[in-house]
Structures are given as C-alpha cells and as structure tokens.
Design a protein around this ligand. Structure first.
Ligand SMILES: NC(=O)c1ccc[n+]([C@@H]2O[C@H](COP(=O)([O-])OP(=O)(O)OC[C@H]3O[C@@H](n4cnc5c(N)ncnc54)[C@H](OP(=O)(O)O)[C@@H]3O)[C@@H](O)[C@H]2O)c1
Length: 316
C-alpha cells in the first residue's frame, strides 16, 4: 500500500477513535435508540452489551460490540479506551445481575472515573425526574442523585449533561400489546396522578445532541413530553388507538404496600428495591411548560405526544 494511503487510513482511523461514543445499556429501551441514532448519523459507537443480551441489531447497524459486565471494573476500563463521549443509559433491571447500589451507583462512578482518566471530553448521564426530591425509600433515585453530584464535581476537563427524564413511552408498548388482546389495563394507585411521559426516541435524540451542543454543556435538563397526562388517560389513549373500550383494574396503593410487606418477610432486598417502584407509583412526574420550551429551543425540535409515539411504533 502506498505510504500516503497508509497515512490517510491511519489518520481516518485515529479520527474515528477520537470521536468514538460509548453507550452503556445499549440493549435497553433507551440505549438501543441512542445507538440507532448515532449510526444514522454515521458516528462511531461502541455498544456495551452483555453476552446474553440481544445485540445483533446493533452490530448490523455498524456499532462496535463490546461484551462485558458493568459489575466488572476491568470491563469498564477497557470499554472507555479511546472514547470521546460516554452516554450512560444502563440501569439495574429484572433480567440482570446487580442492583441500584452496584449498577446505578457504583458502575456509573467507575465509568466517570475511567472516562476522565482516559481523556474523554463529555459524559451524558441518564438520571430520573425527581432525583432531587430526596425520596429516602427509593434506591434508584438516591443512586441517581449521588451520581449527579459526583459528575458535577468533575469540574476539570470532563464536561457533562445530566438528563432527568420522566417515564418512557416505550415502557407502554408491551402494555399496549396486552391491551390490544384483552382490553385490560392495570392501574395501581391514584388514577389522577399526572406524568409527562416522554417519547424514548426524543430522549435518545437529546442524549446524542447533548454531546455536541454548547448549550447543553454542564447543564441539567428535566425532560418530559408535551402533555401532563393523568394516569387514567393512558388506557383512554389505548382505547382510541385500538378502538376498544378499556377495562381498568385499579387496585389501591395500600394493596401494593401490603404485598411489599409480605415480600419483605421472605426477601428484604427485593422489598427494598420495590421502594423505587413505589416512588414511581405514588407521585407525579411533570415537567413545566417552560421546561418543555427550553428543550425545544436547546435541541431544536418539538417533542412528540404519547399517542403519536404509540401510533408510530405500532404502525397504526
Ligand atoms: N424506563 C423509564 O421509564 C425510565 C425513566 C427515567 C429514567 N430511566 C433511566 O434511563 C436509563 C435507561 O432505562 P431503560 O428503561 O432503557 O432501561 P432497560 O430497558 O431496563 O435497560 C437497562 C440496560 O442496562 C443493561 N445492564 C443492566 N445490568 C447490566 C450489567 N451488569 N452489565 C451490563 N449492562 C447491564 C441492560 O442489559 P441487558 O439487556 O443485558 O439486561 C440493558 O441494556 C436507566 O438508567 C433508567 O434508570 C428510565
């Protein structure tokens, strides 16, 4: 190969490494969408996945697959090599090993340390709306808040964007499929509690753009969709989409608390982790119109409604 060509290839390779994105939780509801959007923009991305996860779609889209486990510090160190931007989109889930302490807290602290040690420029952290409300009984909320504080202390070198989203619209897709078949919607707790459910695709778009926008550097964004929906509006939206009258089953939160107490007798750790779900069921998760307007001006697009997201994803 002529020397000039070799040089050009090496330069291209190093430029690619220079702007490499690392996405953790790349097989999750959010992470998968972030990888898709990065690849649609032809940006190089390393997807941190577990061996047992379903990652072939990411590979087919041209992501570099890094097989590892976030419980393992050595994997985190290796995954961060040559990375310019880290987007943390992982979280402890029912299928995986690890809990709020090890996955939502410790793995993020390790990622931040490694990103910094290896010269990354920007860290996008997926927190949660309400992380700053001080819910004592909700381990994930506490972990998110502590990671936020740690990240904000890394003043030298590593820029950050903290995203605090409300509930993801993609969580509702399996519920919509069940509704399509049965007409049933299970609504635990107060039907009038409101939430600004966010399109998971919009959130992915914001996560990707945060890495390159000055207006997003060292900022915290509360992120939600354009509507404040009471929880009983969700089955009504399903009803409209599938042209079917919803059957709403609405057990009170007290029933959840009773079951959680019973679980606690057998497994205190499971009961503890259910505290996060209780905080989600018992409270409102709203963004203000001013916060939605700030998202629109900063990121340059109008967020889609829940109904639009569902119809688009379900092809209806
Ligand atoms: N869902 C919501 O409504 C919501 C709302 C606000 C904030 N958030 C936050 O947004 C983030 C993404 O949420 P999501 O709903 O997209 O999560 P998700 O679908 O549950 O995905 C979690 C991801 O983390 C990965 N993961 C878990 N343990 C791991 C480990 N030990 N090693 C490597 N990877 C591991 C999972 O891998 P596997 O595929 O192998 O399991 C999966 O890719 C989380 O931080 C969550 O707390 C979510």
């Amino acid at each position: 190969m002529p020397a000039l060509l070799e040089f050009e290839e090496a330069a291209m390779f190093s430029a690619e490494i220079q702007c490499m994105f690392l996405v953790t939780g790349a097989t999750g509801g959010l992470g998968r969408r972030i990888v898709r959007q990065l690849r649609e923009q032809n940006l190089p991305v390393r997807a941190f996945v577990r061996l047992n996860a379903r990652y072939s779609e990411l590979e087919q889209r041209g992501a570099e697959i890094f097989v590892g486990n976030l419980l393992n510090d050595r994997d985190i160190e290796k995954a961060c090599r040559g990375v310019r931007v880290v987007i943390s989109a992982h979280g402890a889930n029912a299928t995986g090993e690890g809990d709020a302490q090890s996955i939502d807290y410790r793995a993020n602290i390790e990622l931040i340390d490694q990103a910094k040690a290896q010269g990354a420029e920007h860290f996008v952290f997926t927190s949660v709306l309400g992380a700053d409300r001080g819910y004592e009984d909700a381990p994930v909320f506490k972990a998110k808040r502590e990671v936020e504080k740690y990240l904000q202390q890394q003043a030298d070198g590593l820029g950050y964007t903290i995203l605090r989203p409300s509930g993801f619209a993609s969580n509702l897709l399996p519920l919509a499929e069940r509704f399509r078949q049965t007409g049933i919607y299970l609504l635990i707790g107060e039907p009038q509690n409101r939430t600004s459910i966010v399109s998971t695709d919009d959130l992915a778009r914001i996560a990707v753009a945060s890495a390159s926008l000055d207006a997003a550097r060292n900022r915290v964004f509360n992120i939600g969709g354009p509507e404040a929906l009471s929880r009983d509006q969700i089955p009504k939206i399903f009803g409209r989409i599938f042209n079917r009258e919803p059957i709403i089953i609405n057990p009170p939160l007290l029933l959840f608390d009773g079951l959680r107490g019973a679980v606690g007798l057998v497994s205190p750790s499971v009961s503890e982790s259910l505290g996060t779900l209780r905080a989600l069921l018992a409270n409102e998760y709203l963004v203000t119109p001013a916060e939605v307007a700030l998202l629109e001006t900063t990121f340059g697009f109008q967020p889609e409604s829940l109904e639009h997201f569902l119809r688009r994803c379900l092809g209806i």
